[in-house]
Design a protein around this ligand. Sequence first.
Ligand code: CAA
Length: 257
Amino acid sequence: MTQVVLVETHGKVGLIRINRPEAMNALNNDVVDGIGAAINTFEADENIGCIVITGNEKAFAAGADIGFMKDFDYMHAYKTDFITRNWERIKTTRKPVIAAVAGFALGGGCEMAMMCDMIFAADTAKFGQPEIRLGTMPGAGGTQRLPRAVGKAKAMDLCLSARMMDAAEAEKAGLVARLYPADQLLDETLKAAATIAGFSLPVIMMIKESVNRAYESSLNEGLLFERRVFHSAFALEDQKEGMAAFVEKRKASFRNR
Ligand code: CAA
């Protein structure tokens, strides 16, 4: 049986590849459970400092698998806690996750990319929330994360018209952190992930947690959270090492504590 999720490690970076090319990487339970299992492994591995999720050159993922869910009824969706049960593992990992998107990121594929901490896109990337065409609506965060990323006007347009946004528009709108020619996307993303993973792991996690607070709190509460975490960073051996290395004009050697 083909493995629908391929898992690799590149030094301190964990790479997860969605591998259903015959179905434009449509996301069924096997794929999403596989991604969750890979994240569990990377989360438990002290050597891993950053995770990358990618697809292939045609699709990051063209959405939740329509064939898989077409006959769901309300009770099934509710009882199995569809989406929440396994998709949200991406959002709970404490290590940063980069989505490397080439080709289609539609519906649940766009939503999965947005669950990640950053999106790096190839110039071939196309983002959209076309669920309305299927007689349904985004259900993995599209109506919530897209407005936060690109503003209400564009989010409303994409969700209601089902149109696709290309990589240049997505980068301009703030959905995409970095844009690369397609043949450089994965290498450049792995390089950026390796840079992140080379820093102190507790600091990486503190920064991720603090930036995410910006979504969940008022400015004053967020600033207070940041200040407390910043103060706690003075308890780290890595802070002593990082600042000593700067003063001594040498490269810091972090020990993740
Ligand atoms: N689910 C299941 N199968 C899918 C799929 C999906 N979301 N997207 C594509 N596929 C399959 C196609 O059925 C086709 O399979 P067959 O060869 O067996 O017929 C194969 O992938 C290739 O697709 P196309 O022939 O359609 O390729 P294309 O290049 O002509 O078009 C596309 C590509 C524009 C991505 C088109 O496939 C498409 O529109 N896909 C559906 C996109 C969509 O509606 N996504 C939202 C899903 S709902 C959702 O995600 C809910 C949620 O919020 C959680």
